[in-house]
Structures are given as structure tokens and as C-alpha cells.
Design a protein around this ligand. Structure first.
Ligand code: MUC
Ligand code: MG
Length: 384
């Protein structure tokens, strides 16, 4: 079919509630389920694509929640792109921006579904529409976040043994910093140089706390520090970045959303690495724009996650497959943290690496019955 015939015919969105395999603890709380919004988008030629936006702990990671995402899509974003040419990704973003400020998670789910649908209609992998791929795999981290050192050590040992992960991200910031240092040190001692360690503080510390405790964590063996201070606190981030020894890096997560955020951080030399996530950047196209700023500014990138199902994780993998510049691995383990998935075959994890999927589309096939099974609106199932 000619590209102009690929119009957006219909969009449906729903919230799924999928339990996690164990509680996942953050500086701001604990989750025992994920509630991704899944978007299904049909084109005029009958092709269908899927998109997803997942938040963590309702609106506690940032301002958006599953409920706000669903309403933004149903009331504003879907009507704005209905009937439009699905192949014009940048134009779709402009059409959504014209009717709706912010709400980047919601926009990303619609754009993702459009890209999947167009790629399926053309029978090509999505990465082919995003510049083509430059890599086949990425080392994949796992987050230890049970809240208990002994359990975390056990989990890490298992991951090492089955050769799935040897990069571990520890979620800290909920407890007193001294207790966090003790927790991280216990895990580092047990793993004894067999793994590398990141900590994600999820904005919990002020600048003084960060300056005091980051050196202790470096002594314990931590090499990557993710979002130690509040989203707005770019001064403290820049100060840490300037003063850290060369064995450790500072990574921005919540602070880097738009390409303009990326530019500001780059100008201020406020971090060494950007964590890239489709949802917070507002889609795959904008993720590439943020990555371009990173590349131009000699800032590395990390393949971040919002703990999506295989839909969002595969979409992320397709973008990450296309990115130039220095990478610092990825963490697309969302599917493995959920009790079950909604696709036929997950992306393969082999020898500590995630194998980046091929198409058509994002290369994962959604099983309709699984969507039904986890659908929040299903009769008799009411999430609290
Ligand atoms: C975050 O802030 O990075 C990603 C992995 C994980 O365990 O939490 C998330 C969110
Ligand atoms: Mg983070």
C-alpha cells in the first residue's frame, strides 16, 4: 500500500493489573503490581499495532498515573490523531502536542502503537523506521529491591549462576543513609567483584546527603549513581558530577525528560549518563532526540525501564538498537519482574545479554486472552 493510505482508523486503550513476582521497593514506596496502559491502534489497511505506557506506583514516580494516561488518550490524544497519516511520526507528535500539554507517557503509548502498526503494515522491524540497527544485544542489569540484604544476595547469586545478570541496581533512599551504606556493603562483599553495582536513589537525598554518602558507596564498590537528588536539583547533580573520582559516574533519570532538559543538563555538565526511557521522553522519536543531545555532548546513555511488559520493553529495545554513542548497558527486565506476560515469546536473555528483537513491528506477538485476563475493566475484577 502507498504510505498515504496508512491512516489511523481506531485506537483503544485499557489498564492492565499484573502482579509482580515479589514486592519491589523504592525510595518512595513499594509496589506489588504494575498497571500498564496498553494501546491498540488499527490502520486503514487493517494492520494493528500495540503501544504501552507504564508508571510505577500510580503517580508516585512522576505526575502521570495509569488513570490519567487512559483519560488523556481517550479524551484528547486519540481524537487528535484519528484519521491522520500514521507514517508521519513527527506530525503525530505535533498533533498531540497541539491539544495536550505534557502527558508524555500517554503520548508515548500512542506514538509507539502507530510505529508498531506502520512497521507491521510494511512488514519491517520497527528499528528499520528509526535509522536501522547498530547492535544485536545489550548487557542487561537486574534490580535487587526486596528490601532485605540476605534475600537480595540470594537473588543475585541465582542470577549469576544462571548467567542472566551480573550488573545489579540497588534501590536505596528509603532508609537512613547509613543503613543503606551497610546494605550495599553487605551485598558488595557477598558478590566480591563478580558483579557491578548501580544505586538508584530516586531523588531521595538532598545535596549535602549525597556529597556525604556517595563517597562511602564508592568505597563499597558502587560505580553508577542514578538520580541521587530531587528532579529539580541540577546544581547538586552538577557538583557531584564535577567532584566524583573517575571510577564512578552520575546518571540522570527523572531530571532528563525532554530534549530541552537534555540540552540544559549537557550545558551544565550536570551528569555523565542519561537514562533513556520512551515514556518520560514522550515516545521513540523523542528518545532518539534526547540520545542525539547525549551523543553531541559526550554524555553516555543507559537503556532504562519503567518496568513495562514485553510490548514497551521490546519497543525500547528497538530504539536502543539504533543509538550511537557510548552505552552503559540496559535494564529491560520488566517482563521478568511480572508474574506473567501478555506476549507469546519474550525477548531472549542469554549469557548476561538481552538479544534485541527483530520485527515485524517490535517483534513480539500479543496474546489477546492474556490482555483480557489482566484487564482492569474485566467483570468482577476491581483494583483498589
Ligand atoms: C527507575 O527509577 O529507574 C527501573 C528499574 C527499577 O527497578 O526501577 C525502575 C525505575
Ligand atoms: Mg531511576
Amino acid at each position: 500500500p502507498s504510505a498515504a493510505r496508512l491512516r489511523i482508523e481506531r485506537i483503544e486503550a485499557r489498564i492492565l493489573d499484573i502482579p509482580t513476582i515479589r514486592p519491589h521497593k523504592f525510595s518512595f514506596g513499594s509496589i506489588s503490581r504494575q498497571s500498564p496502559v496498553v494501546v491498540q491502534l488499527w490502520l486503514s489497511d487493517g494492520a494493528c499495532g500495540f503501544g504501552e505506557a507504564a508508571t510505577i506506583g500510580g503517580p508516585s514516580w512522576n505526575e502521570e498515573s495509569p488513570e490519567s494516561i487512559l483519560l488523556a488518550i481517550q479524551h484528547y490524544l486519540a481524537p487528535a490523531v484519528a484519521g491522520k497519516d500514521a507514517t508521519r511520526f513527527e506530525a503525530l507528535i505535533q498533533q498531540m502536542d497541539a491539544v495536550c500539554k505534557g502527558n508524555r507517557f500517554a503520548k508515548s503509548a500512542v506514538e509507539m502503537a502507530a510505529i508498531d502498526a506502520v512497521a507491521r503494515s510494511l512488514n519491517v522491524p520497527a528499528y528499520q523506521l528509526l535509522g536501522g540497527k547498530v547492535r544485536e544485544s545489550l548487557p542487561i542489569a537486574w534490580t535487587l529491591a526486596s528490601g532485605d540484604s540476605a534475600k537480595d544476595i540470594e537473588e543475585a547469586e541465582r542470577m549469576l549462576e544462571i548467567r542472566r545478570h551480573r550488573i545489579f541496581k540497588l534501590k536505596i533512599g528509603a532508609r537512613a543513609p547509613q543503613d543503606d551504606v551497610a546494605h550495599v556493603s553487605r551485598i558488595a562483599r557477598a558478590l566480591d567483584g563478580r558483579a557491578s553495582m548501580t544505586v538508584d536513589i530516586n531523588q531521595a537525598w538532598d545535596g549535602n546527603t549525597a556529597r556525604r554518602f556517595v563517597p562511602e558507596l564508592i568505597d563499597a564498590g558502587v560505580t553508577l549513581f542514578e538520580q541521587p537528588v530531587a528532579q529539580w536539583n541540577e546544581d547538586a547533580l552538577a557538583q557531584l558530577t564535577a567532584t566524583l573520582p573517575h571510577t564512578a559516574l552520575v546518571m540522570a533519570d527523572e531530571t532528563v525528560c525532554s530534549p530541552q532538559d537534555a540540552m540544559r543538563l549537557a550545558r551544565g555538565r550536570a551528569c555523565h549518563v542519561f537514562s533513556l526511557k520512551i515514556a518520560k521522553h514522550g515516545g521513540l522519536v523523542r528518545t532518539r532526540a534526547v540520545a542525539a543531545v547525549a551523543h553531541a555532548a559526550d554524555i553516555g546513555w543507559y537503556g532504562g525501564t519503567m518496568l513495562e511488559t514485553s510490548i514497551g520493553s521490546a519497543a525500547s529495545a528497538h530504539v536502543f538498537a539504533t543509538l550511537p554513542g557510548a552505552h552503559h548497558n540496559c535494564e529491560l527486565f520488566g517482563p521478568q519482574l511480572l508474574v506473567d506476560d501478555i506476549v507469546e515469546h519474550r525477548m531472549e536473555l542469554r549469557d548476561f545479554d538481552l538479544q534485541l528483537p527483530d520485527g515485524p513491528g517490535f517483534g513480539v506477538e500479543v496474546v489477546p486472552e492474556r490482555l483480557e485476563r489482566f484487564d482492569r475493566a474485566r467483570e468482577g475484577l476491581h483494583a483498589v
